[in-house]
Design a protein around this ligand. Structure first.
Ligand code: PHE
Length: 379
């Protein structure tokens, strides 16, 4: 029977010699310290603590030792492995903290930076003011009506009782559209019978032909006249037209509607006045003025307080109006013995000018955002 080999010294097993274990441990320490980032540390971990690392292999040798030698070798290797995994954990924590600190700096989000550097677009002040005016009437039950900008001369002039030689029909006032006759000839001058509408009033005629009375419509739109662009003229501008046709409408209804409009747009104490005028499509016709909304009439006869907006007149001219001429009703198939109506129309550019102190009409057409921005970003 063989007795245990008492003289066997585990130190004699090469891999388990204390110096060797220390060397392996120190090698692991050095590798961890040299690992500059978590990836490098993961590699060092595999190399020094993995199943085939020298310390693991040494650990396996212990099993082959006689019992009394196992304890001592186990303690030595166990201590070395414990120290290695502690060093690993410490280095791991160190590198993670370094990474976290770096990420915090590198990936920091500056919540105070503007989140949206592309400015939002906005509608032009001409559009918003035109819609604001239309809204006043929509709230009263009026309907929005629209017509073409390239219009038949008949709608623009004839239906509205313009006599054939009315000066407005001439080429120096009106853009005639060139056309082609059925036999292929290109029209010249005013031959085509087609114009760029010079006012929104043709929509009156169109609305009456399309609807049965009572008719209550408001017609915003673009109109054209052969004016050169300057501080107070533009060949393309905007008007808003109103037409009411019903039984028993009178000039008092027109006046009440105008007063309501200026109060809704400019304030509760506003009012309008009418001055006699002539339009072929209204009879009687009037020029309508509103109280100057800047000085409210206080500049009149008061040289100490001159008003630039109304020229110290106390009134601002708005546009034209009147009772619909019975000839227009007849031309549009409405019986003037049964129905009467009123209409008015005015320029939006002019309203923008005096409402916002715009001195030069060119600012409105040039599309420069430095002009439009102060009107806000209404969309
Ligand atoms: N159409 C006229 C203009 O352009 C204005 C107007 C409209 C006058 C309606 C009377 C009634 O000057």
């Amino acid at each position: 029977m063989s007795a245990p080999n008492k003289s066997y010294d585990p130190v004699e097993v090469e891999a388990l010699k204390p110096e060797e274990i220390e060397r392996l441990r120190d090698e692991a320490f050095a590798a961890f310290a040299a690992a500059g980032d978590l990836d490098a540390l993961a590699q060092a971990k595999t190399a020094h603590t993995g199943g085939t690392s020298p310390l693991s292999l040494a650990n396996r040798e212990i099993g082959a030792l006689p019992p009394q030698a196992k304890a001592e070798a186990g303690k030595r290797v166990g201590q070395a492995r414990g120290a290695v995994s502690k060093a690993l954990a410490a280095r791991q924590a160190e590198l993670e903290a370094e990474r976290d600190a770096r990420v915090l700096v590198e990936e920091a989000v500056d919540v105070t930076l503007p989140y949206d550097r592309v400015p939002a677009g906005a509608r032009h002040p001409l559009t918003t003011i035109m819609e604001r005016v239309a809204d006043v009437f929509v709230a009263m039950g009026y309907e929005i009506a629209e017509g073409p900008e390239v219009e038949a001369e008949w709608f623009n002039f004839d239906a509205l009782n313009f006599v054939p030689d009315h000066p407005a029909r001439q080429m120096q006032d009106t853009f005639f559209v060139q056309g082609t006759t059925p036999d292929g000839k290109v029209t010249e001058g005013d031959e085509s019978g087609v114009v760029l509408r010079t006012h929104t009033s043709p929509v009156q005629a169109r609305s009456l032909l399309e609807r049965k009375p009572p008719v209550y419509v408001v017609c915003p739109g673009r109109v054209y006249r052969t004016d050169e662009l300057d501080a107070t003229h533009t060949p393309v501008f905007h008007q808003i037209e109103l037409l009411a046709v019903d039984e028993g409408l009178t000039m008092a209804d027109l006046k009440g509607t105008l007063d309501h409009m200026v109060q809704a747009l400019f304030g509760p104490d506003m009012k309008t006045r009418l001055r006699p005028n002539f339009f072929p499509f209204t009879e009687p016709s009037a020029e309508m003025d509103m109280v100057c909304y800047v000085c409210r009439g206080e500049s009149v006869g008061n040289p100490d307080r001159p008003c630039r907006t109304c020229g110290s007149e106390g009134w601002i001219e708005l546009g034209g109006c009147g009772m619909v001429n019975p000839k227009v009703l007849t031309a549009c198939g409405v019986d003037p013995r049964k129905y009467s109506g009123f209409a008015f129309g005015f320029g939006i550019e002019r309203m923008l000018m005096f409402r916002h102190n715009v001195e030069d009409m060119r600012d409105m057409v040039e599309g420069d955002v430095r002009f439009t921005r102060p009107f806000g970003m209404e969309i």
